[in-house]
Design a protein around this ligand. Structure first.
Ligand SMILES: *Cc1c(COP(=O)(O)O)cnc(C)c1O
Length: 417
C-alpha cells in the first residue's frame, strides 16, 4: 500500500477526536469536503434540536418564548463561546448580527470613544490583506467620521508582523483592526504581542476571529483584547448566515457606545422609555430582536468543542494541515505547486493554500468530482480542514484527486501549446 495512505489510516485509528466525524451530516459519504472553514457541515443532532425548537419552543410557547429563555439565549451561547472557544470569562461575549455588522458597531464605538477622549486620534490601522468586508466597513467609517485609514502592506503568504505594526501606530492611532488567522495564507498573527504594541501606543484593537474560532486557540482575556468579532458558520457549524459573536472586555462596557441604538441594547427592554438608556453590560452592543432561530444549530459543535477542548482540536488541526502539506510536497511540488501558507505549524491556522497558475481550473474540475476546496486569487487552491469533521483519509483522497486533475489540466495545456 502507498505509505502515505497507510499513514492516513494509522492517524485516523489513533485520532482521539475521530468519533466526532460521524456526528456530522454527510461525513460518511465519498465526497471530500475541504471547505469547512467557509461553511461547516451540519451536525446531525442539530436537525433534531432545530425541529424540537420549532415544534416545542416556537410552536408550543409562541410569544411566551421571549420570556427568560430566548432573551437570555444570545448571552448564554456567548458565554459558551467565551468558555469553550476564546477563553473569555462570562458576560463579555454575545451572539448578535452578522460579522460585518458587528465589526461596524464595535469599530465605530471604538472610534467615537477615542475621538471623544483625544480628537488627535484619527487613524485606523489595517492591513491590505485584511478580508474585504472588514476593509470596506472601515472605509465607510473613515468616510463617516473623517478618520484616515493607515494601510500596512503585507506579504501575502504571511500577515502583519510586530515590526510592521510598531511602525504604523503612534499618538494618532485610534484603532487597529486585524485578522487573527489570515483568510488567505492561514498565517496566525501574534495576537498577544500585536495587542500589546497597539496598547503601548494608546490605541484600541479589534480582532476578527472568523478563521480561528473553533480551530486555533484564542485567549481573549489573557491576551488583553479590547474587542473581537467572529463567525459561527465556519468552524462552529452554525449554518449558512448564522449570527456572529462579539467580545467586548468588561471594563469597556460602560465606556463605549455603539452606533445602532435599539431597544434590545437598553437596560430595561420592556420599560419602553422616552429615550435610549444603554445597558451597562455587554447587552448594550445588541441592537434589535436577536436571531434566535439562527443560533440553535451551533450549540452542537460548541458542546463538542467544550467536551474535547481547544487544545485537542488544535493538535488535530496541526496534524491535518501538516499531512496535507506532506502530500502536496510529494505529489504536487513536482508539478510546480508551491505552498502559500507558513510551513511552521506554530504560525499556521486550520487551512493550507497551494499556489499554481492552473488552480482556478483545477478547483472547478475538482468540484465536478465531489472534491470541494475553494479558490482564492491569485492561483490559490484553499484547503480548509475542519478538525472535528475531517479524516486523514479524506485528506489523502482529496490531494490524490488534485494531483490527477492538475496533471490532466497541464497535459491539455501542453497539448494546446
Ligand atoms: C468569513 C469572514 C467574514 C464574514 O463576514 P460576514 O458578515 O459573515 O459575511 C468576516 N471576516 C473574516 C475574517 C471572515 O473570514
Amino acid at each position: 500500500m502507498d505509505p502515505l495512505l497507510a499513514y492516513a489510516r494509522r492517524m485516523d485509528r489513533a485520532d482521539g477526536l475521530a468519533h466526532y466525524r460521524k456526528r456530522f451530516v454527510g461525513a460518511d459519504s465519498e465526497l471530500v469536503y475541504f471547505d469547512g472553514n467557509s461553511l461547516g457541515r451540519p451536525p446531525a443532532a442539530a436537525i433534531e434540536r432545530v425541529e424540537r425548537f420549532m415544534r416545542e419552543e416556537w410552536g408550543g410557547r409562541l410569544i411566551r418564548g421571549w420570556d427568560e429563555a430566548w432573551l437570555q439565549l444570545p448571552y448564554e451561547i456567548g458565554d459558551q463561546i467565551g468558555r469553550a472557544v476564546i477563553a473569555a470569562k462570562a458576560g463579555q461575549t454575545v451572539i448578535g448580527d452578522s460579522t460585518t455588522v458587528l465589526l461596524y458597531k464595535l469599530a465605530r464605538a471604538a472610534i467615537d470613544g477615542q475621538l471623544a477622549r483625544d480628537p488627535q486620534r484619527r487613524e485606523i490601522v489595517v492591513d491590505r490583506d485584511n478580508i474585504p468586508t472588514d476593509r470596506y466597513v472601515l472605509e465607510g467609517i473613515a468616510h463617516e467620521t473623517g478618520c484616515h485609514l493607515r494601510w500596512i502592506d503585507v506579504d501575502l503568504t504571511r500577515g502583519v508582523s510586530s515590526e510592521q505594526l510598531a511602525e504604523a501606530v503612534g499618538p494618532q492611532t485610534a484603532l487597529v483592526v486585524l485578522n487573527h488567522v489570515s483568510y488567505r495564507s492561514a498565517f496566525i498573527a501574534d495576537a498577544q504581542e500585536l495587542t500589546r504594541i497597539a496598547h503601548d501606543a494608546g490605541a484600541l484593537v479589534l480582532w476578527d476571529l472568523c478563521h480561528s474560532a473553533g480551530s486555533v486557540p484564542v485567549h481573549a482575556d489573557r491576551w488583553e483584547f479590547d474587542l473581537a468579532v467572529g463567525c459561527t458558520y465556519k468552524y462552529l457549524n452554525g449554518g449558512p448566515g448564522s449570527p456572529a459573536f462579539a467580545y467586548v472586555r468588561d471594563d469597556l462596557h460602560t465606556v463605549l457606545r455603539q452606533p445602532i441604538q435599539g431597544w434590545f441594547g437598553t437596560a430595561d427592554l420592556f420599560a419602553m422609555g422616552p429615550e435610549y438608556v444603554p445597558a451597562r453590560s455587554i447587552r448594550r452592543f445588541v441592537s434589535g430582536t436577536s436571531p434566535i432561530s439562527a443560533m440553535i444549530a451551533m450549540r452542537e459543535t460548541l458542546a463538542m468543542i467544550e467536551e474535547a477542548g481547544m487544545a485537542a482540536v488544535r493538535a488535530k488541526s496541526v496534524a491535518l494541515t501538516s499531512y496535507a502539506i506532506d502530500l502536496a510536497d510529494a505529489w504536487l511540488g513536482p508539478l510546480g505547486v508551491t505552498l502559500g501558507s507558513p510551513r511552521d505549524p506554530e504560525e499556521r491556522g486550520g487551512h493550507v493554500i497551494l499556489q499554481h497558475p492552473a488552480m482556478r481550473e483545477v478547483t472547478a474540475r475538482l468540484w465536478q468530482r465531489d472534491v470541494i476546496p475553494d479558490y482564492r486569487d491569485v492561483g490559490g487552491l484553499r484547503i480548509g480542514l475542519a478538525p472535528l469533521s475531517t479524516s486523514f483519509e479524506e485528506v489523502h483522497r482529496g490531494l490524490d484527486a488534485t494531483r490527477v486533475v492538475l496533471r490532466e489540466v497541464l497535459a491539455e495545456r501542453a497539448g494546446l501549446a
